[in-house]
Design a protein around this ligand. Structure first.
Ligand code: HEC
Ligand code: HEC
Length: 414
């Protein structure tokens, strides 16, 4: 062998090593599902995740009345496997779930915006407007009905709404099934998660169950308010405590509907929030139930992480917590057109408490103590489709155009 051919072989070897090395760097490791439970959950012998909360030590029989601190939580949904929850996380962030592969669930329920999207009304595929604002997804494990008008009775039933609505994700069951089944990574992951079940083909029930499992893992029960509720008196300052007392008072009556510890009693209430100028009247729960006393009625939303989810109400009518609080003190039905005032059955806890300016400020101080996103799950670095994890970002996170969102991110230290 001549010297020069030996030289060129060595060069070729070096080149192939280089290419090999480069490939190893660009080909990501295959997606593996977590075998541990999310924080706050304990892995039981049957490979299921059981939620633990300090609220479990309280018996609601011995609570201190409405708004009492040591009140137990309502029944919860848990018991999913770590793998099922983690598969749900992949699906939640995968834009493959939308008709045009641009939107994931996180496009409207973004972890940096309290699992909402910062918009008065959400934007679906092709820039189409949804009819209401996206609610936060924290603490879904405890809810018994879903949507602003409470029309879905389970998380599984709920998600068929956004998945197939033409103005949201715009997919169809047939397309969803064929795209998930055509993906070899999903085939592998579903087979891991549902070992006893046939996953050829993967079914809608299996897809929905995994997403529901992920949603029920979003737990926020460790705010400064909670520290106070569990007995750490210094967790709230004097202003916040004053706000809590206004919140719980029979004058303001906030806790009658936004009942701790979830800060919702899960009922429908007619409170008379106005529609923004030029927008059609939203009959809310009446449209679903055909019950005229529910005209303009909406599900009482939880106030957990409320500081992160402006604008407020089903239609984003109020841009900040001060305006949302002030609404309650201006008198029954004050914001409604006269014709609606006569037709709507406003809830008896909606009256005219005549709260002072300072009391409204304190209410805001108190609501800001309900923030806790310490259990925020990580956004996957890659999703099975190979599309950008999360898909289209909510407008508030696209560039620095929205100063409110930018300021919020700065205040979160990002
Ligand atoms: C285009 C934006 C958009 C996308 C994408 C979207 N949602 Fe929503 N979501 C909304 C809006 C708007 C509502 C409220 C609609 C209503 O009440 O009529 C909502 C409501 C919900 C609720 C009810 C919460 C409650 O408190 O009642 C859940 C749960 C939910 N979405 C989960 C999901 C999941 C899971 C996905 C992905 C499969 C998803 N969403 C995709 C906008 C979106
Ligand atoms: C009669 C029950 C009831 C009472 C009392 C009540 N609320 Fe509400 N609250 C609701 C309902 C229902 C909504 C949603 C209405 C809508 O979207 O049109 C809501 C929405 C809110 C929101 C916006 C939540 C979001 O996610 O957008 C805030 C903030 C709020 N309430 C604070 C308060 C405060 C502060 C008080 C006391 C001054 C109070 N509420 C008293 C039923 C009540």
């Amino acid at each position: 062998m001549s010297r020069s051919s030996r030289g060129s072989r060595a060069w070729l070897l070096a080149l192939s090593l280089l290419i090999g090395g480069a490939q190893a760097e660009t080909t990501p490791a295959p997606i593996q599902l977590a075998s541990h439970c999310p924080p706050g959950f304990e892995l039981t012998a049957g490979n299921s995740c059981a939620l633990h909360s300090l609220y479990d030590q309280y018996n609601s029989l011995y609570n201190q009345g409405v708004g009492g601190l040591k009140t137990a939580l309502p029944a919860r949904r848990d018991g999913f496997s770590p793998q099922q929850i983690d598969l749900g996380r992949q699906l939640f962030f995968d834009p493959l779930l939308s008709g045009d592969q641009t939107l994931s669930c996180a496009s409207c329920h973004h972890p940096k915006l309290g699992f909402a999207d910062g918009q008065a009304k959400s934007t679906g595929i092709h820039g189409r407007s949804a009819s209401r604002g996206a609610p936060s997804l924290w603490n879904m494990a405890f809810l018994t009905s879903f949507f602003w008008d409470a029309r879905a009775k389970s998380l599984e039933e709920q998600m068929t709404g956004p998945l197939y609505a033409a103005n949201e994700m715009g997919n169809t069951p047939t397309q969803l099934l064929s795209s998930i089944n055509a993906n070899s990574t999903y085939q592998r992951l579903f087979a891991t998660v549902y070992p006893g079940e046939p996953t050829q083909p993967i079914t809608l029930t299996q897809i929905y169950a995994a997403i529901a499992a992920f949603e029920t893992s979003l737990i926020s029960l460790n705010s400064r308010y909670d520290h106070y509720a569990h007995g750490y008196a210094e967790a709230l300052n004097a202003d916040e405590l004053e706000g809590m007392n206004v919140f719980r008072s029979f004058v303001a009556r906030c806790a009658e509907c936004h009942t701790p510890p979830l800060f919702t009693n899960q009922q429908i209430a007619v409170i008379g929030v106005p529609e923004p100028p030029g927008q059609p009247f939203d009959a809310g729960a009446e449209s679903q139930s055909h019950n005229p006393t529910w005209r303009g009625g909406f599900k009482v939303p939880s106030l957990r992480n409320i500081a992160q989810t402006a604008p407020y109400m089903h239609n984003g009518a109020f841009g900040n917590l001060r305006d949302a609080s002030e609404f309650y003190t201006k008198g029954r039905g004050h914001a409604l057109p006269e014709a609606e005032q006569a037709r709507m059955t406003l809830h008896w806890h909606i009256w005219e408490p005549k709260l002072a300016e300072l009391e409204l400020d304190r209410l805001v101080d108190f609501m800001q103590t309900l923030s806790d996103d310490s259990f925020t799950p990580a956004t996957p670095t890659q999703v099975p489709s190979g599309l950008t994890p999360g898909g289209r970002l909510p407008a508030a996170l696209q560039g620095a155009t929205n100063t409110t969102a930018a300021a919020r991110l700065v205040s979160q230290g990002e």
